[in-house]
Each structure stands twice: as C-alpha cells, then as structure tokens.
Design a protein around this ligand. Structure first.
Ligand SMILES: Cc1cc2nc3c(=O)[nH]c(=O)nc-3n(C[C@H](O)[C@H](O)[C@H](O)COP(=O)(O)O)c2cc1C
Length: 304
C-alpha cells in the first residue's frame, strides 16, 4: 500500500512536506556531498539581496543549552552571483527551489521579486520580513501591520510565482500579520524565524555575540513555534509552513498535526546533515504505522 507524502502550496507541488530552512542549508550545494537533494520536498536557499552582503562582525554564533544564537546578519553573495554560480547546479536536482530574499527598503524588495520572477528554475519566493538581526528600517516590516500590508501588496504585484511570507515571532498576535499576508495575496506564510536573545560573558560583562543580541533557534523555540503555527493555521486559509526547533520526525509531526502544510528543518542541519531526509523517512514510517494513506489527512488533525 502506498502512503502519499505529496502536499500542495498554492501551485507548488512538493513530493513531501520537508523543506530545508533558509540560512541553515547554504545554497544547497554544500550539503549535496552528504545527502541526495532529490529526496527533499524543497530547498530554501540562504536569504539573498540585490547586492552581496558581508553580514555582521564576529562572534556570530553561540551554542545554547538547547539551540543556538546567531547574528550572521544575512551575509550572502547577492542575487546575480547566485543565478550565475549556484542556480545552474541546483537546477539539476529533482526538487523545488525556494529563494528567500530581503531588501534594505521596499523598492529593493520589489526589485528582488521581479528579478526572481524572471529567473527560470526558481519555483517559489520566500519574502523575509522577520530577521531579528537586520538594522534597516524595513526590519519593522514584520512588526508593524500597515508596513507589512504595503510591502506584501507591492511584492505580490511584482511576481506571479508562489509567494511565501516569512513571519516574525516578535509580535503580540501573529495571526494578525498572517491575515494581512492572506488579504494581500500571499500564497503561504512561513513561521517562525528566530527569537531575539542574549548571552553575557560574566568576566568581561560583555555580550558573547558581536552585535550584543542575536536570534535564538533550535529545540528551545519549538513549543513557541508549534503554538504559533497552530494559531495561524486556524486563522488563515492559505497554507502554513512551520519551522522552529524541528530535529526529528516526531517534532515535524507535531507541526503537521497543528496545521502546517509543510515544515522546514533549520538548526538541526548543523548538527546532523542527514536530519532533513531522516525526517522524511520518519514521517513515512509514521503514516505506515498509523495506516494513514495520505499525509493531507494528518495535516490539521489536532483534536481539541
Ligand atoms: C545561522 C542561521 C541563519 C539564518 N538565516 C536566515 C535567512 O537568511 N533568512 C531567513 O528567513 N531565515 C534565516 N534563519 C532562520 C531559519 O530559517 C529558521 O526560521 C529558524 O532558525 C528557526 O528554525 P530552526 O529552529 O529549525 O533553526 C537563519 C537561522 C540560522 C540559525
């Protein structure tokens, strides 16, 4: 008996619901020596901007008891170099390519969206309005409802490709932000990005992170992410892509039951490069054991 793992995010058909999270999987190529990228539902590449960015000063990573704090600051090679140097290799794989992108201002977001729209081999766009390490005024885009509305509206007009908006957990009510994305024509929302956090070296009394604060990711944030995915899934009709601390298939299943149509693996990739594919296998095993023929029957099956 077959157990279908296929899910649909607007016009984007994924062979399974397991995606790699932006910023934790490089441009995909780095991991291709460890795992068969053909087996991932989709690959989300590192957040790209119009021009290359060096990111923040070090130290940029610190391991916490149950995750990590990072302040990479969206270091990337820029869209043009990505298209020439990385995309041709990625296109060889039978998986979907999602490009995570951002800009220093709304014009740059719109320009990025139209550039990505015109590029073959990119299957969906993930608009990052949620990085806690960005210092530009557009950092506020993920935090202020009316800025978000304007941004999603203009970016939507710039692309026909599936548009996913990646939400920040730093808001009082994340369902409000998700509804704005839905109203303005986003095809899906993804959540959550990292949560601002800090660690102090008690001898120097300085922060261990170069930019004083950074974004916390990994298992520590998982219960927060599950709660937010659950709330958002009930508030909007567009698909929700859930992430935050997923390490095992059991973690991923919580998100699917809470209502996520797909899930992404982030920090776990650093610990175990096989995590993404092990989660795919674990979900398959669960469907078989529970006699669930179609993963869509499991999605949103939370019992009150
Ligand atoms: C080192 C690092 C870099 C990241 N870079 C990006 C990025 O470029 N764009 C983005 O939208 N999210 C970025 N994220 C956030 C992740 O994609 C993900 O939303 C978050 O880490 C929560 O998932 P996790 O706990 O499984 O890592 C980054 C996270 C980490 C740890």
């Amino acid at each position: 008996m077959t157990h279908s793992l296929e899910v649909q995010i607007s016009s984007l058909k994924l062979k399974n619901p397991v995606i790699t999270a932006s910023g934790t999987f490089g441009y995909g190529l780095e991991y291709s020596q460890f795992i068969d990228l053909n087996l991932a539902g989709a690959i989300t590449v590192k957040g790209l901007s119009l021009n290359p960015k060096q990111g923040n000063p070090p130290p940029r990573i610190y391991e916490t008891p149950c995750g990590m704090i990072n302040s990479i600051g969206l270091q990337n090679i820029g869209i043009d170099a990505f298209v020439v140097e990385k995309l041709p290799f990625l296109r060889k794989f039978d998986t979907k390519i999602i490009v995570n992108f951002f800009g220093e201002n709304l014009d740059e977001y719109v320009e990025m969206a139209s550039k990505l729209d015109a590029t073959d081999g990119i299957h969906a766009l993930e608009m990052n309005v949620s990085c806690p390490n960005k210092s530009s005024e557009w950092r506020k885009m993920g935090l202020e409802a009316e800025l978000l509305r304007k941004a999603v509206k203009e970016v939507r007009a710039a692309t026909l490709k599936p548009l996913i908006v990646k939400l920040s957990p730093q808001v009082t009510d994340i369902t409000v932000m998700a509804k704005i994305c839905e109203d303005e024509g986003a095809d899906a929302v993804s959540l959550i990005n990292t949560i601002p956090a800090m660690v102090i070296d008690i001898k120097s009394r300085k922060s261990i992170i170069g930019t004083t604060t950074g974004g916390l990711s990994g298992p520590a944030i998982r219960p927060v992410a599950v709660r937010m995915v659950f709330e958002v899934s009930r508030a909007v009709k567009i698909p929700v892509i859930g992430m935050g601390g997923i390490v095992t298939a059991d973690d991923a299943l919580q998100f699917l039951i809470a209502g996520a149509r797909a899930i992404a693996i982030g920090t776990a990739n650093f610990i175990n490069p096989h995590a993404t594919l092990q989660v795919v296998e674990g979900i398959k095993k669960f469907l078989f054991e529970e006699n669930i023929k179609d993963i869509n029957d499991l999605i949103g099956s939370f019992r009150d």
